[in-house]
Ligand binder design. Structure first.
Ligand code: NDP
Length: 332
């Protein structure tokens, strides 16, 4: 029988590309955990997913109730969980800008809030996944595939990947001394470092938290449960909907820049293959690691490489850079 993987945000971009790859293998049933049920069903049909290879379940990561309900619904299926992929994310690169030059094209308008009153990208990218991982750890332990895997998406934070691209994609992630978290991280507090709201930085910060979450889960639970916890940077998939709120000229130029200048560009298909390997390939059954391709910079290049880049050792290096310097680990 098929193994089961939950992929959050499987309705577009990397999540969908990964779902396609796993469905194609014939060995996996994909639980598409999506906020837009109609869209998810549509893309599954458009891609000819066989009936027994996927199940769409509603999940809005920006609402704790929805995360809890998702887990309850999943459990009613009564099937073991073999892998969890925390892939969904949103990015509001211009939200901190005040007015809109051409309304609709340049969404500014300040911070947006989750159902529970947290800044929306922090809530969707990190908090929702934090809760999901916590709840589903129990299910992963009952996996029939040993070891079960729990995987989260990191990104260039201008700290680990700064050699090639980081410096070109401001701002730098910086969690400061976690002042915002200490202050409750609820409306009106928007940033983890307690600073002024900046949409692009909020995204980077949330991704740093995601990588740290995996490291922490690894430390606390890997030995006890056998589950492998890993994060990855799949390369720059410059054309996905992640950039939906960016300036049209940016959306046009960004893929060209990544292909021609930084060599960080990776196609959705190739990125999907990379993430699918993290889920299914025995060589990737490693815990406490951050996978990247084509060297520590994680840029990989257009062709990509098959080499497993276990940057476990340099994960400690990760901690020496920028934002990580000031972190108190016991506060995470
Ligand atoms: P997309 O925007 O194409 O995909 C993001 C997915 O997340 C969409 O399916 C979206 O749903 C879903 N989503 C957003 N908010 C929620 C929510 N509240 N609840 C449930 N689902 C939600 O972007 P990508 O495919 O590029 O991004 C996938 C992952 O890859 C992200 O974690 C991103 O940080 C990471 N990444 C991307 C890079 C890139 O260059 N694109 C580089 C490095 C990392 P819907 O379909 O309804 O919009």
């Amino acid at each position: 029988s098929k193994k089961t993987v939950i992929i959050t945000g499987a309705s577009s971009g990397l999540g969908l590309a990964t779902a396609k790859e796993l469905v194609k293998s014939g060995e996996w049933r994909v639980i598409m955990a999506c906020r837009d049920y109609v869209k998810a069903e549509r893309v599954a049909k458009e891609n000819d997913f066989p009936e027994d290879s996927y199940i769409v379940q509603h999940l809005d990561l920006a609402a704790n109730n929805s995360v809890r309900q998702f887990v309850r619904t999943f459990r009613t299926l009564n099937i073991p969980l073999d892998a969890l992929v925390c892939n969904a994310a949103i990015y509001f690169p211009n939200a901190h800008k005040e007015g809109a030059f051409l309304p609709g094209l340049f969404p500014g308008g300040g911070p947006r809030w989750s159902a529970d009153g947290h800044e929306l990208s922090f809530a969707s990218n990190y908090l929702g996944h934090f809760l999901l991982c916590n709840l589903l750890l129990e299910d992963l332990q009952k996996s029939t595939m040993k070891p079960a895997r729990c995987i989260i998406l990191g990104t260039v934070t201008a700290s680990i990947n700064d050699k090639e691209v980081g410096g070109m994609i401001p701002p730098v992630a910086d969690l400061g001394g976690l002042e915002g978290l200490e202050a409750g991280m609820k409306q009106p507090v928007t940033m983890i470092d307690g600073g002024r709201f900046n949409g692009a930085k909020a995204y980077k910060d949330s991704k740093v938290c995601d990588v740290m979450l995996m490291r922490e889960l690894h430390k606390r639970f890997h030995d006890k449960t056998g589950v492998c916890f890993a994060s990855l940077y799949p390369g720059c998939i410059a054309e996905t909907n992640l950039f939906r709120e960016h300036y049209p000229v940016f959306r046009f130029l960004f893929p060209i820049l990544q292909k021609e200048v930084t060599n960080a560009y990776v196609s959705e298909e190739e990125a999907g293959r990379r993430l699918a390997k993290c889920v299914a390939d025995p060589a990737y059954a490693q815990s406490g690691v951050y996978f990247s391709w084509g060297g520590e910079s994680g840029t990989g290049g257009a062709g990509g490489t098959d080499a497993v880049e276990n940057v476990g050792a340099s994960n400690d290096k990760f901690l020496q850079y920028g934002s990580f310097r000031t972190l108190k680990e016991n506060e995470i």
